[in-house]
Design a protein around this ligand. Structure first.
Ligand code: EPU
Length: 312
């Protein structure tokens, strides 16, 4: 448990909210899981430096849109941190736009239509913050952040040090960057080309239509697993006969086999159990060991043949 003195010191330094025993479920799209011992909503870079300085030995978890995150039912014994409104700004530059880390990608994509800029339409259907998308090289329709990003500013919450990283130094690959575990993305610039705003708007609308027609509504975290090289996780899980399978209140979507939809009574353990079952069904039927795209926070029960993940 986080000691009261640390919380008091955080409250004295941080300009944003500092909450104790703060529910994390509402901050995720699965809407399951327990609380964080402490939740900090940072409004300034100094707030971030304060957390780095005052955290002591406490684990830190960076929470973005929560659209790719499964929080354990037992919650998180440490400090969860998210960016507040102070990081939701944007600025037009000669080459494109600078976005703050808390900008929501769909809102960012709509802005590009307003400015008459093309290249970021794919982001319209990704429920992520800009910072989360930079970290994991989020993408859709064959494009990803690596195609548009010029640089990103990060603050390493392990040390409090800030630095600018150019796209060439991010080590970008499919859904992967080489950012350090506690590098928090505060802003970044994307490079875009001029275009007719209404044409950009139409392409955004067609991507949103595609998503509505091909991906299930409801409480999910998008794709559960990354696609393996030259294949598709959805196809493999489907071929393994797992479409529609249930664990407690969680179900493999009958619409798309790489999605888990959490019902009203679902727990994080249900989702976790189903993820493990999907993975082992695919190992059994095709020999492929799928790698999760979803991140895990907190402690989860041990499942035979499945990695035990406790990520902080
Ligand atoms: N498929 C099946 N059965 C299913 C689902 C899919 O056989 O139940 C087959 C489809 O027929 C298709 C192939 O699998 O041939 C790929 O499916 P889809 O076109 O739906 O794309 P995806 O690879 O599953 C990827 C991203 C999505 C992104 C879409 C659109 C990954 C892991 N997923 O999905 O990203 O929205 O392309 O660009 O790369 C996310 O990352 O959370 C996410 C939703």
């Amino acid at each position: 448990m986080t000691d009261a003195a640390t919380v008091e010191r955080l409250r004295a330094r941080v300009t944003g909210r500092v909450d104790v025993d703060a529910p994390l479920a509402p901050l995720t799209t699965f809407r399951v899981g327990g609380p964080a011992d402490v939740m900090v909503e940072a409004e300034t870079e100094d707030d971030l430096r304060a957390v780095a300085e005052l955290r002591g030995d406490l684990p830190i978890a960076i929470v973005g849109r929560g659209s790719n995150l499964l929080v354990s039912d037992d919650g998180f014994r440490g400090i969860a941190i998210r960016l507040g409104r102070g990081f939701r700004d944007h600025e037009r530059t000669d080459d494109g736009l600078v976005f703050g880390g808390a900008v929501q990608l769909p809102a960012g994509a709509r802005l590009t239509a307003r400015y008459g800029l093309t290249g970021f339409e794919f982001a319209a259907e990704i429920p992520a913050t800009f910072g989360g998308a930079v970290r994991m090289n989020a993408g859709a329709h064959g494009r990803s952040m690596s195609d548009v990003l010029a640089w990103t500013d990060v603050i390493d919450l392990a040390s409090g040090d800030g630095r600018r990283v150019t796209v060439a130094d991010l080590g970008y690959a499919y859904r992967h960057s080489e950012l350090r575990p506690l590098d928090l993305v505060t802003r970044g610039e994307i490079v875009l080309a001029p275009d007719d705003g209404s044409a950009v708007g139409e392409r955004i609308a067609s991507f949103l239509r595609w998503r509505r027609e091909n991906q299930p509504p409801g409480r999910s975290a998008g794709s559960v697993f990354k696609n393996p090289p030259d294949d598709s996780a959805g196809r493999l899980i489907d071929a393994a006969g797992m479409k529609g399978a249930r664990a407690g209140g969680a179900q493999v979507s009958p619409v798309h086999a790489n999605f888990i939809v959490a019902g009203p009574d679902a727990t994080a353990t249900d989702v976790w159990t189903l993820i493990a079952a999907m993975r082992s069904a695919v190992v059994r039927t095709s020999g492929v060991e799928l790698e999760p795209e979803v991140r895990f926070l907190g402690a989860f029960p041990e499942v035979e043949g499945w990695l035990r993940v406790v990520e902080t």
